[in-house]
Write a protein that binds this ligand. Structure first.
Ligand code: NDP
Length: 308
């Protein structure tokens, strides 16, 4: 073990961080800026050079990094890399906080794995991009779930890089909420991508004028989307906001036809259209968008129908 590293079993202003990619490095810098003692390890050692110059302590191995502090944070590419990095480390008595993105199942398995090795475990889902880290006004945060004792004990340190939201003792729930929010983001990105593909090369349409129109429309429709998808306290499970599913399905040919006319693939929209048609064809329920959620959950909407 590197002799510059000492054990801080009772200290709260020290942390070991494994993983110095874009996100890990941003977390390290936030802790350094707040005066924390930060021990860092990265598989490619040279990636730690800049942080060491800024005051971090380099650990020559993952085992050394884990040994250096009680609070150990992993910010690696995926769950497999976490398993690989921690394989030969001694986690006895450690507070392991894994902010690597993964599935709920991976998080629960990692919790069991860590507990079997004598560690308390918290899983994190990061709702931020690196430039938001260390910038409280940017609104970034991390969902945490798992050991409430660990969260209580380490909250002050965890709250330094970005905000924190503890979402329960099921270690999988941070990952589930993370992926749910990101899934909605990607769906929105898909729609935005399609919209720009429709208009970008059209003579007489200026993107700088189109962009605020799109932003305004998305903001105006957000509430309707949340309500139609059946939020439990909306008070009306059947509301379609005055836009019946039958009307919307009748309009699909217009969307697909416009895409075709503009030389744009409708591939980003057709899965959602398929689901709407399937619900209408089934003639079940109330024809509300909440039923689309039920259809997805039943797993019965997997057959595509992408033609217009
Ligand atoms: P990067 O690709 O920049 O860094 C990946 C890190 O994982 C590097 O430190 C890399 O080491 C390490 N790594 C990969 N494979 C292994 C392995 N087998 N063993 C040990 N180390 C390994 O990713 P980010 O820092 O951007 O992301 C880290 C985590 O944060 C990811 O889970 C990501 O999903 C999540 N996240 C990132 C966001 C972002 O905008 N960047 C936003 C929200 C979450 P090496 O340098 O040696 O390759």
């Amino acid at each position: 073990m590197n002799d510059t590293i000492s054990d801080h079993t009772s200290a709260t202003r020290s942390v070991s961080l494994l993983g110095l990619g874009d996100m890990g490095a941003a977390f390290a810098r936030a802790w350094l800026a707040a005066g924390y003692s930060v021990t860092v390890w990265n598989r490619t050692a040279s990636r730690a050079d800049a942080l060491v110059a800024e005051g971090a302590t380099r650990a020559v191995s993952a085992a050394d990094a884990v040994a250096a502090n009680t609070l150990v944070v992993t910010c690696l590419l995926d769950d497999a890399s976490v398993g690989e990095a921690l394989e030969s480390t001694d986690l006895t008595g450690k507070d392991l906080v894994d902010i690597t993105t993964g599935t709920p199942t991976q998080a629960r398995a990692r919790a069991t794995w860590a507990q079997a090795r004598g560690a308390r475990f918290l899983s994190g889902g990061i709702m931020a991009v690196p430039p938001m880290v260390g910038q409280p006004e940017a609104g970034g945060y991390v969902f945490y779930s798992g050991s409430s004792e660990l969260f209580e004990a380490r909250h002050e340190a965890l709250a330094v890089p970005v905000g924190t939201r503890f979402v329960g003792t099921d270690a999988g729930h941070a990952a589930l909420l993370d992926v749910a929010l990101l899934s909605a983001m990607y769906g929105t990105f898909a729609g935005i991508t399609h919209a720009f593909a429709l208009v970008r090369d059209e003579d007489g349409i200026e993107l700088k004028e189109f962009t605020p129109l799109l932003a305004g429309w998305l903001a105006a429709m957000l509430g309707a989307g949340l309500q139609m998808s059946g939020q439990p306290d909306s008070g009306d499970d059947t509301s379609d906001g005055g836009s019946s599913l039958a009307m919307q399905v009748a309009g699909i040919k217009t969307f697909v036809g416009t895409a075709r006319d503009q030389g744009v693939s409708p591939e980003l929209l057709t899965p959602y259209f398929d689901l709407m048609r399937r619900q209408l064809d089934s003639r079940h329920g109330t024809e509300g968008a909440k039923d689309l959620v039920d259809l997805l959950r039943s797993g019965s909407a997997t057959v595509g129908r992408a033609d217009g």
